[in-house]
Write a protein that binds this ligand. Sequence first.
Ligand code: ZN
Length: 464
Amino acid sequence: MLVQRCAVPVLAAVTVLTVGGQTRIALDKNSYSLADDIKLGQEASTEARSELPLLNDARVDEYVEDVGAQLVEGIPAEFRHAGFRYTFDVVNQKDINAFALPGGPMFLNRGMMEAAKTEAEVAGVMAHEISHVALRHGTAQATKGQKFQIGAVAGQILGAIVGGAAGSVIAQGSQFGLGTYFLKYGREYERQADLLGAQIMARAGYDPREMANMFKTIQAEGGGGGPEWLSSHPDPGNRYNTIVKEASTLRVQGNADTGEFRTIKSRLAGMSPALTGEQIAKGRTSAGTTTARNVERGPIDVAPPSTQYRAYSPASFLRLSVPANWQSLPEKDVQIYAPGSGYAQADGGGAAVTHGVQIGVVQGGSGNLQRDTEQLVQTFARTNPQLRASGRARRENIGGRAGITTTLSNVSDVTGKSEYISVGTTQLRDGSLFYVIGVSPQSEAGTYEPVFRRVRQSVQLSDR
Ligand SMILES: [Zn+2]
């Protein structure tokens, strides 16, 4: 049998190949199904719609839908996925930002539209976001076990439960839960989204160079920490030049401009100003909701754990009790209990549990309690570089079964302060690992560890 020789060396990790003119982009490895993308995106968009102040202006919505529909038409055939549905909502927020969720839901901040100088600049951001969706970057990134959301935080600890032993189906945890709609991609995916975005623009009838211009505008508006958009879409390097170079290989097909941009801009200008992130956070707090956005602005007041306990049965085989003033926050495959303000969304994204417990099951381990516990901790450590063991692992029964409790320390990305983590594990009958993770600021460990212990001791397992 002849071995065919490739004239072009092929590197396994290279997903962008230049073939003559435009850059050819390939889908990255993805262990999720299309249906997963759709479901995860829907869940997160339901949450986003309930949390974000949507502009709800029919005229403006119609406009972005028109622009979006033209761009969707420009998606190359190989990146059209059955069941993906691109929707476009405008958020009445001043910050220059936009994000898109797996399967298609997109949210555009009013501030982004106000900062744009042309319709094609708005289309540039949208084409970039559409490209992340079409290339399935969210789930592709999760496939690699990488961070899928901004902010390491305890939420990351709690959300880092992808990966682990080869071939194991590990509970995906809060990876896609709270705050998951704040996605942060790596440079390679940013480059891909820029390039595919440029191609989509040209195919739809917009000049891709306008996307490059928009990124310049965004950078210029940045000021201190830079706009949110840049923190979730980091510059892969030479962004402007790369897009302009790609544009030179593309032919803009027709003219998609709706001619409505000026009208929409003046319509927006006639409205009361868009809300700042801070105002949105305040509005939420006064409305009595539990999500604090600007956690960096000061410590969150977290009510001490109630001495009363409430029983829950988050799964058929499991019962446990937690302080009565903690809320039940079911996530995909895991369960979090936390006081109202003990979890938060950091500025620029990321779900953060600063106080509380997470319960979950890791399947497909070795069946050896100690080894699987170490594996679990290593999985956390991969996404939490500051994670350290503190103190020795000790034997402690959970649910009447032999268990191990491991104490760790970490640095919270939310508060920047040291945090205390205890991980209690035991085995289920099928060999999978059951865990109860407690997290609190290090300074409050004295108050919280007894609570975590009581939660662990309350566990009743009835699997067989
Ligand atoms: Zn991006």
